[in-house]
Unconditional design. Structure first.
Length: 136
């Protein structure tokens, strides 16, 4: 399955979760529900994946990605009134730290599901080449 197919399936599952649960729950509730829907769709899901951040070949920190789907798409989940630029920046930094190319940011806290798709491309020897923000 290519990134576009995987992200389409993830977005569809997220829409189903939001339609059934609405807004108002904690992020963990949405994460668990989304993981359940993704598994029903036969997509492999890793929740709370620990990631090391390296700088100049040295581990300088750690973070926990909400989920990685299909081994190729990083998913960050929020349950806030509205997404702000800092949420997108967080996803971009997570992509850079993991060297993953595709990330999805979901906000289940608003009346309708908000999401952003970010695509990161890399060249050898550089941390970032280009970022493409694809939002609905």
């Amino acid at each position: 399955m290519e990134h576009e197919e995987v992200t389409r399936a993830i977005i569809g599952c997220a829409m189903m979760v939001h339609r059934k649960l609405g807004s108002g729950f904690l992020e963990s509730v949405y994460q668990n529900a989304l993981a359940h829907e993704l598994r029903k769709a036969t997509l492999p899901v890793q929740c709370a994946r620990r990631i090391r951040v390296q700088y100049d070949g040295v581990v300088v920190g750690n973070f926990v990605a909400d989920m990685v789907v299909g081994g190729c798409v990083l998913v960050e989940i929020k349950a806030v009134q509205a997404l702000v630029p800092a949420h997108g920046a967080q996803l971009v930094n997570y992509l850079a730290a993991t060297r993953m190319e595709v990330g999805l940011l979901f906000n289940f806290g608003s009346a309708s599901l908000q999401f952003q798709r970010k695509v990161q491309t890399y060249r050898s020897g550089t941390s970032r080449q280009a970022l493409q923000d694809i939002s609905p």
